[in-house]
Design a protein around this ligand. Structure first.
Ligand SMILES: Cc1cc2nc3c(=O)[nH]c(=O)nc-3n(C[C@H](O)[C@H](O)[C@H](O)COP(=O)(O)OP(=O)(O)OC[C@H]3O[C@@H](n4cnc5c(N)ncnc54)[C@H](O)[C@@H]3O)c2cc1C
Length: 407
């Protein structure tokens, strides 16, 4: 790419072609009214076609080295991308969120050249889908207590344990995994980050159906699964540093993403707040667009969405963006529920249009948990941004093996 104005024009031309691109893919008749399952092959085909087109248009890898499929460091052009793509990225892009928003940036920044060559280009192009194997039944907010272990066996790591709440594991090819590699040191110091191939006999994925009715996340049972010895991200036992680096990317990604609000986005998936554009359409359809109270609410939703975008551009602390987005998700869902009132309190499960709003009313609560709860974000801001005293911990120097814990 050359002049910034060219970039702006190219981005606009690209987005103008996206609806036709998606409508041309099998499964295009889906939309809110479905016909295709939320995770059906049509959805994945559309998502992969969108991502490949973005990559082929040279717009998928801002900040990634050219030799690994990226565009190099082009801050001015990246800023134009952020501006022009606001509200135009289809929601199906969120199927790649864990790879593109979280795992790949860590591999780019801390992976060996071999890992970068192997994973960056296929990930940016959407050929490989990622999930994040962090949380366990006894290690959520206290992630460093994780028990899944990786033991070296010749040229491989052998991994055994259980993970839970794993978004998208049922469609993932690869996982960014945290495992304990040294139980004889304090809990934060004996963890390693690895890349786990999901399609192998030692990995069992069981869907968990949420209150939304959608099984978006899973339990993952790992029984002597194998990983090539060199698929370590960062160093051996340096996993806590890698884990926090990834979480910072996660909070930025979940704090700033914004979707188009088109027909293609009327899907029950992802962790995006309802777009203000869709709320405005809903108000019009419900004949409430002239009601001054509704107008006030829509203005709040619209400005909240803009603030989300600006927080991303200002590079505010990632926890601020994450907290703001969670708030926006609740606000937008409350407005949708109000606009649907009184039908909003008695949605029928087989009314697919209402079902979409209902999904968001229920789904927005999970935004306060995924990627670290609101309380943990506030602890982080207190300790790291405001310099308040750290939370007391009872046993910072005790080896993981000797900690008292639920087994
Ligand atoms: C939609 C969704 C998607 C998710 N996707 C993934 C995924 O892909 N991969 C993955 O690994 N995990 C995922 N998670 C799991 C998520 O990271 C955890 O749910 C989260 O970290 C909280 O852990 P927990 O559920 O064990 O709750 P707990 O840690 O048991 O927390 C329970 C309550 O106690 C509060 N609390 C805990 N510790 C403190 C503290 N020190 N100070 C103040 N309050 C505290 C919490 O805020 C919360 O309200 C997902 C969760 C959701 C809801």
């Amino acid at each position: 790419m050359s002049e910034p104005d060219d970039v702006r024009a190219r981005i606009r031309t690209f987005f103008d072609g996206v609806p036709a691109l998606l409508d041309g893919i099998d499964g295009g008749a889906g939309g809110a009214a479905g016909g295709d399952d939320e995770d059906g092959p049509g959805v994945m085909r559309r998502a992969k076609a969108w991502r490949a087109a973005l990559y082929d248009a040279g717009l998928a890898g801002f900040g990634y080295p050219v030799e690994f499929g990226g565009l190099g460091d082009r801050p001015a052009e990246h800023a134009i991308w952020v501006e022009e793509s606001h509200g135009r990225v289809p929601a199906i892009d969120s199927l790649f969120g864990i790879g593109i928003g979280m795992a790949l940036p860590v591999i780019r920044d801390h992976g060996t050249p071999g890992l970068q060559r192997r994973f960056l280009a296929p990930g940016l192009r959407g050929d490989e889908v990622w999930c994040q194997l962090y949380s366990e039944p006894n290690a959520g907010s206290d992630l460093a207590s994780l028990a899944t272990r990786a033991v070296r066996d010749g040229d491989e790591w052998v991994v055994t344990g259980q993970k839970v709440w794993t978004s998208g594991a049922h469609r993932a090819d690869l996982a960014i995994l945290l495992a304990r590699t040294d139980p004889d040191v304090p809990k934060h110091r004996g963890i390693t980050m690895l890349v786990l191939p999901m399609h192998q006999p030692g990995v069992t994925v069981r869907p968990l159906r949420q209150m939304t009715g959608v099984a978006e996340f899973n339990e993952v049972f790992i029984d002597e699964a194998r990983i090539p010895v060199e698929w370590v991200v960062g160093g051996l036992n340096d996993g806590w540093r890698m884990a926090t680096a990834l979480l910072a990317h996660e909070r930025v990604a979940t704090g700033t993403s914004s979707v188009a609000g088109s027909r293609d986005d009327q899907r029950k998936t992802g962790r995006n707040p309802l777009p203000a554009k869709q709320l405005i359409e809903l108000a019009r359809r419900s004949g409430r667009a002239d009601d001054p109270v509704v107008r006030q609410q829509l203005a709040l939703a619209w400005s909240g969405e803009r603030i989300m975008g600006w927080l991303g551009r200002r590079h505010a602390h990632p926890s601020i963006g994450k907290l703001w987005r969670t708030r926006q998700g609740r606000l937008a869902a409350d407005i949708a529920a109000g606009l649907q009132f009184p039908a909003g309190v008695a949605w029928e499960a087989d009314d697919v249009t209402a079902d979409y709003w209902q999904y968001h009313v229920l789904n927005c609560r999970g935004m306060s948990l995924g990627g670290g709860t609101d309380e943990i974000q506030r602890n982080t801001l207190g300790e790291r941004a405001l310099g308040l005293p750290k939370e007391p911990t009872s046993d910072p120097e005790v080896a993981y093996r000797d900690l008292l814990r639920n087994v």
